[in-house]
Structure formats: C-alpha cells, structure tokens
Design a binder for this molecule. Sequence first.
Ligand SMILES: Nc1ncnc2c1ncn2[C@@H]1O[C@H](COP(=O)(O)OP(=O)(O)OP(=O)(O)O)[C@@H](O)[C@H]1O
Ligand SMILES: [Mg+2]
Length: 237
Amino acid sequence: MTALLEINDLGTGYGDVKVLHGVSIALEKGKVTAVLGANGAGKTTLFRTIAGLLPCMSGRVRFQGEDIGVLASHKRVEKGVVLVPEGRLVFPDLTVAENLRLGAINVRARAHSDDTLKTVMALFPRLEERKSQYAGTLSGGEQQMLALGRGLMAMPRVLLLDEPTLGLAPGIAKQIFSTIPELLDFGLSILIAEQDVRSTLKIADYGYVLENGLVGITGDGESLVRSPLVAQAFLGH
Ligand SMILES: Nc1ncnc2c1ncn2[C@@H]1O[C@H](COP(=O)(O)OP(=O)(O)OP(=O)(O)O)[C@@H](O)[C@H]1O
Ligand SMILES: [Mg+2]
C-alpha cells in the first residue's frame, strides 16, 4: 500500500547548521504515527519542513503520491497538510471564534466553515462557551483545544501535532490524548510529536525515534513500549 504521506531521505537545517540528515518516514491513511526523540532531536524541524515553513534542502515530501516539497506552505494547507504548532501560537488579541475562522481561510475549507465550526464546537464544548473570549486570556489547556480546533477548521487530511500536551496539567493532557483518536473519525491521519512517550505510544499505530537528525528505532506502538532502548531513553527505567 502506498503511504498517504511519505518523507524520503529528508535533509534540512538552519543556514549552515544541518539538523535532519536523511529522514524517511511513512504515514498510513487513518492512522496515528508518532515521532519520538529527545529535546533537540529535530521533531519540530521535521514538522515545519513537512508544512513548508522550512525549506526541504534534500530528499522528498510526497503527499498522495505528489511531490509537495516545493510548494508554499499555504498550498500544502490547501491540499490538507495542516500543522498545529508547538506552543499553540493562537492569536491572543482575537477571540476564540475569530481564531477558529482564521483556520478556514483556504478555499476548500472556507466553503464548509459554518459546518466545520459546529463540529469543532461539539468536539470542544469549552470553546463554544468561550467563543467571544480573547484567546490570550484562555488557560493553557483551552489554548491547546483552540489550536487543535483551528487546525481542524482547515479541513486537514493530515494533521501534524507538535507537542500538543507540552506544559499542560496531567488531567488536561489526558483529555487531549483521549480526543486524538476521535479525530480519526473525521477521516484524517495524524503525525504526532510528544514528550509524553508512554501516552503517545498507547494511541500510536506506528512510531519513529529520531536521534541526531536520523531515524533510529521504528516499530508499532506496542513493540516500542516494550523496547528496552525506548524504555531506557524515554520511560525512565
Ligand atoms: N531557528 C533556528 N535556528 C538555528 N537552529 C535551530 C533553530 N530552531 C531549532 N534549531 C536547532 O535545531 C535542532 C533541532 O531543534 P527542534 O526544535 O527541531 O527539536 P525538537 O526535537 O522539536 O526538540 P523539543 O523536544 O525541545 O521540541 C536543535 O539543535 C535546535 O537548537
Ligand atoms: Mg519541538
């Protein structure tokens, strides 16, 4: 089966500093795929390159068989490749509703934005309650829900979730983790980077460990949880 999103031998970095040295990963449709790795391993760099916010210096990014590695970021969003960035990055001086509407500015999503908004509000009732509130005054957990909601407004086919529970209280993080598999019901596929490796591997169908800009261990969620190398590096035993 061809992968929905295929990253082949991807290399990139910042100026002369190379961060990814030939990363290959494949994401199957309707699945949750995890990218694990220590701080600084290159997870955010990978996600930003897939989204078109950083140049693909070598290698390829293919989506539905098409080489999208040369396309501008907004063109990739139009095709359904949508990043929910690390640190949420909501617009603090806009309301919840305005932030959500901005998620749907691409042509394909705009036509359906009223319906998608209802779906997002049903998924996150907290956002409905706070739709007129400025995003900057939301709690961290609520901002993450807003960032996820804004991503969904773009009608993604692949959602790139970069550290969706970073800095959140355990209860809220749990809530976010339980929502992620529900998102698959919308017909999308998920690539997730997370520091909570145990919770991530519970919901991931497949995972890749990034080490020094290269893919190290790979495997399905269960085999990675059982892997002594993963346990030693990330699970604290
Ligand atoms: N704008 C930048 N300019 C120069 N170097 C950068 C820049 N952003 C990131 N880097 C470097 O690239 C490497 C990978 O960073 P990246 O943010 O991709 O890691 P990460 O795996 O997402 O880490 P974390 O778990 O802390 O989010 C790091 O060594 C970092 O210092
Ligand atoms: Mg990161």
